[in-house]
Design a protein around this ligand. Structure first.
Ligand SMILES: [Mn+2]
Length: 424
């Protein structure tokens, strides 16, 4: 469904005077607010096609109703998010879940909503009904060459479909690893994976990137063949200039210093993109910023500093995507919350007094360093994020308008109560 422009306009009119007061205050507090507004307007976050329906755990899944049943409906839902927040202009597809035989129609729907195709995701972590070989014991790492070949061919097929749609990147996340000590020869698993990745890399078009996503554990519980950023960076370095590491915030062991990882990957020119989410215990795939908003800010602080050091374009040079699963919330509401949290963290990072921080670091003024970062984190930048949306023709409060418009009720009316979105 699509909102009428007058719905957005009248929503904004109702909130406008209060917004003006809040904005006036924050623009006096933050020196570079005009620049921040421009950067917020440009910044776009990729929505994962697999997160538009209710997620589940191995214990069960509780459907919400009105979930998108196909790629067309997924694009409609992301189009609605983008109408509400003007910050969700991309979709990250997952093959085979989103495979389509009608590429021109899909491209037409995407362009109607102003959406681009961000990185394509392959899937060798589960078996499809018609495939001859099983991924039970891995895919690109497998001891049997026939299994590796099947997984390589799948990734190359994902690239082919991505080229047709206008995507420019492939994300490979592998479930490969082992569940028990002794099950796997680590070196052989690494070598097999590297050789497989090299074949996929050779199939990349000149203007494509491949992102190697790492994850500490799960579904394997003893070893993971791309288990951390060091292993991912090893693969990326051995593969070549089109290969990068992808950081998923939920894929670390507890208390990992993700901001330091990000800083060093940027230094090496090997940070490719992001999967935003938040977690308390493991790969919880919760709403970005819901548990550790200060960590999210610190990560963005390193991103902004590191990208500026290298003269990178904040909007285009890294792939910004969400990877989440919604078990108890309306997925669309959850995604609106995640995008908002990411924009807030980005705005806060942009507001850091960089020159003062450099000086305080040089003087070993630890207290001042902390004060500078915490001042940025504790300044309420929400009016700036709202103003960027307003200027782009979106809603001052996307979540409020979503609820006022009774979107979910309408989706259930149109699609039914029992639809199940393909995905996790
Ligand atoms: Mn991920």
């Amino acid at each position: 469904m699509k909102l009428e422009q007058h719905q957005i306009t009248s929503h904004n009119e109702r909130l406008f005077s209060r917004h003006q007061q809040q904005l006036a205050y924050v623009t006096t507090e933050i020196q570079n607010s005009a620049l921040i507004l421009q950067k917020l307007t440009d910044f776009q976050i990729g929505i994962p096609s697999w997160a538009l329906g209710t997620g589940g755990t191995r214990f069960g899944r509780f459907s919400l109703g009105g979930e998108p049943g196909n790629i067309e409906e997924k694009l409609e839902d992301i189009g609605l998010l983008h109408q509400l927040n003007a910050s969700s202009a991309a979709v990250s597809l997952h093959i085979p879940w989103d495979s389509t035989s009608n590429v021109p129609a899909i491209k037409a729907i995407a362009s109607q909503y102003g959406l681009n195709f961000d990185a394509m995701n392959s899937n060798t972590f589960q078996d499809q009904p018609d495939q001859p070989q099983s991924y039970k014991f891995g895919s690109l790492q497998h001891v049997d060459k026939a299994v590796r070949q099947q997984a390589i061919a799948h990734n190359i097929e994902v690239i082919r479909q991505g080229v047709e749609l206008g995507s420019k990147a492939l994300t490979i996340w592998l479930a490969d690893g082992s569940c028990f000590p002794g099950q796997l020869n680590f070196r052989k698993a690494f070598q097999n994976t590297l050789e497989s990745l090299q074949e996929i890399y050779a199939a990349l078009p000149a203007d494509w990137k491949v992102f190697v996503e790492y994850k500490a554990f799960e579904p394997n519980f003893y070893s993971t063949t791309v288990g951390d950023w060091g292993q991912s960076l090893l693969y990326a370095n051995k593969l070549g200039p089109k290969a990068f590491t992808l950081v998923d915030l939920g894929h670390h062991l507890p208390n990992a210093n993700i901001e330091q990882i990000v800083s060093l990957l940027l230094m090496e020119g090997k940070l490719g993109g992001f999967h935003f989410n938040d977690s308390k215990y493991g790969d919880d795939d919760l709403t970005a910023g819901c548990m550790k908003p200060y960590q999210l800010f610190l990560i963005f602080n390193e991103l902004v500093e590191g990208m500026d050091q290298r003269g990178m374009n904040h909007t285009k040079d890294l792939a910004w995507m969400i990877d989440a699963s919604h078990n108890v919330k309306d997925p669309l509401e959850d995604l609106l919350q995640s995008v908002e949290a990411i924009m807030i963290a980005y705005a806060q990072a942009l507001s850091v007094d960089r020159a003062a921080l450099v000086q305080a670091q040089a003087e070993n003024d630890v207290v001042r360093c902390q004060e500078i970062l915490q001042h940025a984190f504790r300044t309420d930048v929400r009016p700036l994020v709202a103003e960027a949306r307003l200027r782009a023709g979106a809603a001052l409060s996307p979540l409020t308008l979503y609820r006022e418009s009774q979107v979910r009720k309408e989706l259930i009316r149109n699609r039914g109560n029992k639809t199940i979105a393909t995905g996790l």
